[in-house]
Write a protein that binds this ligand. Structure first.
Ligand code: FRU
Length: 320
């Protein structure tokens, strides 16, 4: 190795060492001695922008508190992995667990186990069964589904042919967004001509929509349980040259995803599903400092359409 190369490597290593030191001092992840409390966060996957945003919201809120250390684990959409993560948090003796569970039933026992051992558990976004946890935080998915149904009925003048692309039906938001939607369109002449479980994933939604397009010459609207699903359906329709004949409605409304699609004219509407990351950290600190918290914290949502997006959307009212 010549002298210049050795020097470059030397400087690089030096910089890495400095970076390592400053990183340890960063208030985002205080060292174990500095942090007053350690929180274990089990995220069901990081494949979708919405979950990346949830972790970012938690990280940011924890950083502002300054006395929290958060250990993030990504279950990569694998229920067994997520069960193991909670078990690891229990054995490591973390002070509190936040979990955004992939599925309700299979993650219920391990959450109950942590709770029974005296570790507070905040269940975020998707629910588990029963009540063996400290606090649930999330938006009202049934209400969002109902509001979407009513909005769609009014947009289509009470009749039309609909494709419903459902989220994972073993998860509670999928079940509630479906049930709420059916309530919202009750008594109308809207017809669900095709429904499929796309498990929250854009590539699955695209495939299912390809089947729907092949079978039905007329589709008026796609109701997808999340924005990646609505976008996947849009891409399939576009590839078939039919995207201008169909309206697409999704849920999540992240600024960089659903709201951007509405602005670009890809989605006719996106219903907000707040991540709850900030609220989870606020609630964690209350629990850890001995304050009581409600069993359920239900977050509000807005609907974004091309008409209202520049005014920041419109809150879902009580009539939903
Ligand atoms: C991300 C996601 C969101 C959806 C939420 C429901 O994994 O699919 O798009 O709103 O989960 O739990």
């Amino acid at each position: 190795m010549n002298k210049v190369a050795a020097r470059i490597i030397g400087v690089g290593l030096g910089l890495l060492a400095v970076w390592g030191c400053t990183k340890k001092e960063s208030p985002a992840q205080p060292t174990q001695e500095k942090a007053q409390w350690t929180i274990g966060m089990s995220q069901c996957n990081l494949g979708e922008p919405w979950r990346v945003q949830m972790n970012a919201d938690i990280r940011q809120a924890a950083q502002e508190k300054g006395n929290l250390r958060v250990i993030f684990k990504d279950a990569q959409n694998d229920t067994l992995k997520q069960q193991a993560q909670v078990e690891e948090f229990i054995s490591a003796g973390v002070d509190l667990i936040i979990i955004s569970p992939k599925e309700a039933a299979p993650l219920t026992p391990v959450v109950a186990q942590a709770y029974a051992k005296g570790i507070p558990v905040i269940v975020l976004d998707r629910r588990v069964l029963g009540d063996q946890y400290t606090c649930f935080i999330g938006a009202d998915n049934r209400k969002i589904g109902r509001a979407a149904g009513k909005w769609i009925a009014s947009k289509l003048g009470g009749k039309g042919k609909i494709v419903e692309l459902k989220g994972l039906m073993t998860s509670t938001p999928g079940q509630d967004r479906h049930a709420g939607f059916r309530e919202g369109i009750e008594g109308t002449q809207l017809e669900i001509i095709f429904e499929a479980d796309m498990k929250w994933l854009e590539p699955n939604a695209r495939k299912e929509m390809e089947s729907a397009l092949a079978r039905f010459p007329q589709i008026d609207l796609v109701y997808a349980h999340n924005d990646p699903g609505a976008h996947g359906a849009y891409l399939a329709a576009k590839a078939a040259g039919r995207e201008k004949d169909i309206l697409f409605v999704g849920i999540d409304a992240l600024p960089q995803e659903g709201q951007a699609y509405v602005k670009q004219g890809i989605l006719a509407a996106s219903f907000e599903y707040p991540t709850g990351g900030r609220e989870a950290v606020e609630t964690a600190v209350k629990i850890l400092s001995g304050q009581s918290v409600p069993k359920e914290i239900i977050l509000d949502s807005r609907v974004f359409t091309p008409e209202n997006i520049d005014q920041g959307g419109e809150w879902l009212g009580k009539e939903n």
